[in-house]
Design a protein around this ligand. Structure first.
Ligand code: G3P
Length: 225
C-alpha cells in the first residue's frame, strides 16, 4: 500500500518525507484554507516539495461540470506531471470526469461515502477513487467495510482503477485496509506518526542501546568501534 500525506503544512511534509516512504500528497480546499497562503502559491510550493516523481492530488471547486472541466485542465497544466485532478463524485462531477478522462487527464473521484459513487467514477474514467473512511464511520456506517466493497467492485469487474482511501483518524483503520491490499492511503501527519508511536517500541530500542554502551562505552555506536 502506497502512503500519501493529506496535509499542506510544508514543514510537516518535509519532515515526514525525510523519515517515511511517502509516495505523494493530497489536498482539498479545507486543508489549503488552514495555511493562510493563497491556494495557488501553496499548491505550487507543495508540488515543488513533492517533486514531479510523486503523485499530487488537487481538488476542483466548481459545482458544475463545465467549471470542473476548466479547473481540471488548469490544475494539470500548472502543476504538471503526476498531478491528479480530484473531482467530487456528484452527478456534475461524473459528467466532468467523462470529458477530462477522454482528453487524457488523470482523475481521482473524491468525496466518496458510498460504493456506487466509486463505481460511477470508475466508469466515468477515474484512475483513483477516494472513499472517506472516518467520515463514513461518523455517519454510523463502517468506513473500512465500504472501502473493502469498493475494492471488491474493482477486482470483480476487472477495473484498472485503484483505491486511494482517505479521512483516517487512527492506525487500525489504516492497518485493516493495508492488510486488504488497497493501493493507497492518504493520512494526516499525526496518524502516520502514530503507526510507531509506542512506549514499548521506544523502550525496546533504548534498552538495546544501553546494553551496547555497557561494553562499548557511553555514546558509542557500531561505526565508532
Ligand atoms: O482529503 C480528503 C479527506 O482526507 C478528508 O479527510 O480528515 O477531513 O475527514 P477529513
Amino acid at each position: 500500500m502506497r502512503l500519501l500525506i493529506d496535509d499542506a503544512n510544508i514543514e510537516e511534509i518535509r519532515r515526514l518525507m525525510d523519515l517515511y516512504p511517502i509516495s505523494g500528497g493530497t489536498t482539498n480546499p479545507s486543508i489549503l484554507a488552514k495555511y493562510g497562503d493563497d491556494p495557488w502559491t501553496l499548491l505550487k510550493k507543495l508540488r515543488t516539495l513533492y517533486g514531479e516523481e510523486r503523485d499530487f492530488h488537487v481538488q476542483t471547486i466548481a459545482m458544475d461540470a463545465d467549471g470542473m472541466i476548466g479547473e481540471g485542465r488548469h490544475i494539470a497544466e500548472v502543476l504538471g506531471k503526476n498531478t491528479f485532478v480530484k473531482i467530487p463524485c456528484i452527478p456534475e462531477g461524473f459528467k466532468a470526469m467523462k470529458t477530462l478522462s477522454k482528453e487524457g487527464y488523470r482523475i481521482t473521484g473524491t468525496c466518496i461515502y458510498t460504493p456506487l459513487q466509486a463505481y460511477l467514477a470508475i466508469e466515468s474514467g477515474a484512475q483513483y477513487v477516494a472513499p472517506y473512511v472516518d467520515r463514513i464511520d461518523n455517519m454510523g456506517y463502517d468506513g473500512v467495510e465500504v472501502v473493502k466493497i469498493i475494492q471488491d467492485i474493482i477486482d470483480n469487474n476487472g477495473y484498472e482503477a485503484k483505491v486511494l482511501a482517505a479521512s483516517f483518524k487512527n492506525s487500525q483503520q489504516v492497518l485493516e485496509l493495508c492488510a486488504y491490499g488497497i493501493d493507497s492511503a492518504t493520512c494526516v501527519p499525526s496518524v502516520i506518526d502514530n503507526f510507531t508511536n509506542s512506549a514499548a517500541i521506544l523502550a525496546a530500542v533504548e534498552k538495546f542501546r544501553s546494553d551496547f554502551e555497557k561494553t562499548a562505552g557511553q555514546g558509542k555506536t557500531m561505526a565508532e568501534l
